[in-house]
Design a binder for this molecule. Structure first.
Ligand code: AMP
Length: 276
């Protein structure tokens, strides 16, 4: 169910509840649409901040992309409105918050949980790619969990709508593909690389190329300096999937279709996207 679609929203349409968090550019509150009682997350961004950081174009692009994407594993943006000082985004409410917090709390996930998240992410990315969207900034902080523990990709700030190879430096260090680190042209396959990084991080609790300095992480990424610490909890099937995603030549990375059919995913993932 959606809140009633409406041309012109205003703050009067919502009862504001507790704060959910604070991001770089604004605060997020749980809120309820007065008429339908539909619960949403309301992200409030001060226009002054948008001007200061010159990000209004980025925000508009983020909003246009997110509003058009409708998938169970992509956080819905239902609409937006503004007043003289603020822009408000009406977002799907992710009751269980950040996946990153869950990972920090548990240290690492079980193979079943990790595979379920990877399958959900793969399905969401396949949908994005079909719609010519490359996310480019998939990382645990941008992944939220709904009331059933279903993964939701949030934050389309860095994503681009693309049909050709792109050449701009962006993303977050540990999750960057070698072609992005080296500032080369890149395409959809950057998201496939990131799936390999996340799969590793979900199972071991740390990203694979972590290093003391940024320069060392860069070097490790470029060399694909990948090793698997001994762990009785991580199967050879999982390591096989990771090794086939963290491949320097982007054209040789496992495709999203092949990830969905990989034995480790078939054996461990819950196709409904929920973890026990
Ligand atoms: P952001 O400004 O998007 O980085 O959001 C700041 C924090 O608010 C996040 O780290 C989340 O903990 C929380 N948050 C953001 N969006 C939602 C949402 N749709 N549902 C629940 N919590 C959210």
């Amino acid at each position: 169910m959606d809140p009633n679609p409406k041309e012109e929203w205003s703050i009067k349409d919502f009862e504001i509840g507790k704060p959910l968090g604070k991001g770089k550019f604004g605060r997020v509150y749980v809120a309820r649409e007065v008429k339908s009682k539909f619960v949403v997350a309301l992200k409030v961004i001060f226009k002054e901040q948008l001007e200061k950081y010159r990000i209004h174009h980025q925000l508009r692009r983020e909003m246009e992309i997110q509003i058009s994407l409708k998938h169970p594993n992509i956080l819905r943006l239902y609409g937006w409105f503004h007043d003289s000082e603020r822009v408000y985004l009406i977002l799907e409410y992710a009751h269980n918050g950040e996946l990153y917090k869950e990972l920090s709390k548990r240290g690492h996930f079980s193979e079943k949980q990790a595979a379920t998240y990877i399958l959900s992410l793969t399905e969401a990315l396949a949908y994005c790619h079909e719609n010519h969207v490359i996310h480019r900034d998939i990382k645990p902080e941008n992944l939220l969990l709904d009331h059933e523990g279903r993964l939701k990709i949030a934050d389309f700030g860095w994503s681009v709508q693309s049909t050709s190879k792109r050449q701009t430096m962006c993303g977050t260090l540990d999750y960057l593909a070698p072609e992005m680190v080296e500032n080369k042209a890149h395409d959809y396959a950057v998201d496939n690389w990131t799936l390999g990084i996340l799969c590793y991080e979900f199972l071991y609790g740390v990203p694979p190329f972590e290093a003391k300095s940024q320069a060392d992480t860069f070097k490790r990424i470029i060399k694909v300096d990948l090793s698997f610490p001994p762990s009785p909890l991580v199967s050879s099937d999982a390591k096989n999937l990771i090794s086939r995603l963290l491949v320097k030549d982007s054209s040789k990375r496992l495709s999203l279709q092949k990830i969905m059919g990989h034995p480790w995913i078939i054996k461990n993932a819950n196709p409904m996207g929920v973890c026990e």
